[in-house]
Ligand binder design. Structure first.
Ligand SMILES: Cc1ncc(COP(=O)(O)O)c(C=O)c1O
Length: 461
């Protein structure tokens, strides 16, 4: 790949795609790991979810639209609950939060992580029991902390000495004793298939372990006695497939647990190992099942506790992407198809970086399929791009679509449940797409489409 000052995406002018991308034997095939569990191709060749054709969904709700397979989301919640029956599973709401999803995860027995006042308001307004809410964030305001205390949230994950002071003052004022975890920066950074264990911890989240801040935060809370210190928390990254990052982080955080016991005679009863469990976006990703994850995490924690002579703490985890990511696909309509001879075919859809920023932001890889029909045409390597005024407005960098893909076709991109609608923007004044939940052949709107009136209503100048 040639270097380019505007970034790698601008430099790659070959039309061969990445080495791993193979010409499919059947360009209409749907790889089960990429799609919500109820997705099939109907007799007419169109993709259907829970028995409902995407053509019907597009006709009723328009495009682009995020399509949520409700049974899929619920089954992923159940898989985590079954794999972690004695632990607490906190759904990380930052991945995607709306009231209907709050109700689904609450009904399925999960807890919920929020990290802003807005997420907290959404959770509470949907009836999430406050004692099952955890409150995260590196810069929670005094007002947000006060609201969390007044609502009675189950735990607050403290992230700075300033926050400990703020929360202590608020707790004293109210005469309450909130439960807190200390977020520890363990010097492990895990992304996709690799992790790095570093000596220093250059990031905005948490208290440094190596620098001693994490121990001092725990001592401060214990010595002041106003907040109830329940345990330590560590989150090492995202889209992780390799348990070795968790092994290093658990070892480091449990060593701190032992240090606290030795210094203050207190064994903290809880431990949260965070989220970040990977999902399949392309054929290259092979995610672990929740059962596998549970087995590996328990083994790591058990052996580290034995090594430190600690009782095994009550564990919690915080999956976001692994629950909602695979349950959703985005349905777009093709507007133009442009072939640059010998270079590339661009398939432009009616959304883009405003509904999925991950490709532009993280160089993320996605897959796509022609969804409104099956095709006998040869596979053609294409790039699915959006409608925004930005050449980096790419939805799917490289994918084989049938060579007869044309304007008016529907294209579906799987794996868009996490960090797509929740990170959506109004760039170019494009209204954000709706979210439609499908169950037993019925579709219902759970987040409506934004309108130009909505955008103009904010513009009061
Ligand atoms: C503290 C914490 N927990 C959980 C998560 C969820 O991560 P994922 O959606 O990758 O599982 C995040 C993501 O940023 C996080 O910061």
């Amino acid at each position: 790949m040639r270097a380019h000052e505007a970034g790698a995406l601008h430099a790659d002018i070959s039309n061969r795609g990445p080495a791993w991308l193979r010409t499919p034997e059947d360009v209409n095939a749907l790889l089960p790991t990429l799609w919500p569990r109820s997705v099939t191709r109907g007799a007419d060749g169109a993709v259907a979810v829970a028995g409902l054709s995407v053509r019907d969904i597009a006709a009723e709700f328009g495009t682009p639209v995020y399509v949520l397979d409700e049974a899929d989301l619920r089954s992923r919640c159940r898989d985590f609950r079954a794999a972690f029956p004695t632990e607490d599973v906190f759904y990380a709401g930052k991945a995607f939060l709306c009231r209907a999803v709050v109700r689904m995860i609450a009904e399925e027995g999960l807890h919920l992580d929020v990290c802003t006042g807005g997420e907290l308001a959404t959770a509470l307004s949907a009836g999430m029991p406050p004692e099952r809410i955890g409150f995260h964030g590196n810069n929670k305001s005094v007002a947000e902390l006060g609201r969390a205390l007044d609502a009675g949230v189950g735990r607050i994950i403290v992230d700075s000495f300033t926050e400990i002071d703020r929360l202590t003052a608020l707790a004293r004022e109210r005469g309450v004793r909130p439960r807190v975890l200390v977020r520890v920066t363990v010097g492990v950074e895990a992304h996709t298939h690799e992790f790095i264990a570093t000596a220093h911890e250059d990031q905005k989240f948490g208290f440094s372990l190596a620098g001693g801040a994490a121990a001092n935060a725990a001592f401060k809370i214990l010595d002041e006695g106003v907040l109830e210190l329940r345990g330590l928390h560590s989150h090492i990254g995202s889209q992780i497939f390799d348990a070795s990052g968790f092994e290093v982080s658990a070892r480091r955080v449990l060593a701190l647990q032992a240090q606290i016991r030795d210094a203050r005679g207190v064994e903290l009863p809880e431990l949260d190992l965070g989220g970040g469990f990977g999902i399949a976006y392309t054929t290259q990703d092979d995610p672990a099942t929740p059962q596998d994850l549970a087995k590996r995490l328990r083994k790591i924690v058990d052996s580290e506790c034995a090594a430190e002579n600690l009782a095994v703490p009550h564990l919690s985890i915080e999956p976001g992407r692994a629950i909602v990511g695979p349950a959703v696909f985005t349905l777009y309509e093709v507007g133009t198809v442009k072939t640059l001879d010998g270079i590339r075919t661009y398939v432009s859809v009616d959304g883009g970086m405003s509904d999925n920023i991950r490709t532009a932001l993280y160089d993320a890889s996605y897959s796509a399929t022609l969804a409104s029909r099956a095709s006998d045409a040869q596979p053609l390597l294409a790039r699915v791009v959006g409608k925004h005024c930005e050449s980096g407005d790419i939805v799917v960098k490289d994918e084989f679509l049938p060579a007869d893909v044309q304007p008016g076709d529907l294209v579906a991109v799987p794996g868009t449940g996490a960090y797509c609608r929740s990170m959506a923007s109004n760039y170019n004044h494009v209204p954000r797409p709706p979210v439609v939940a499908v169950r037993d052949g019925q579709a219902r709107l759970i987040v409506r489409r934004e309108t130009e009136e909505d955008l103009l209503a904010l513009d009061v100048g």
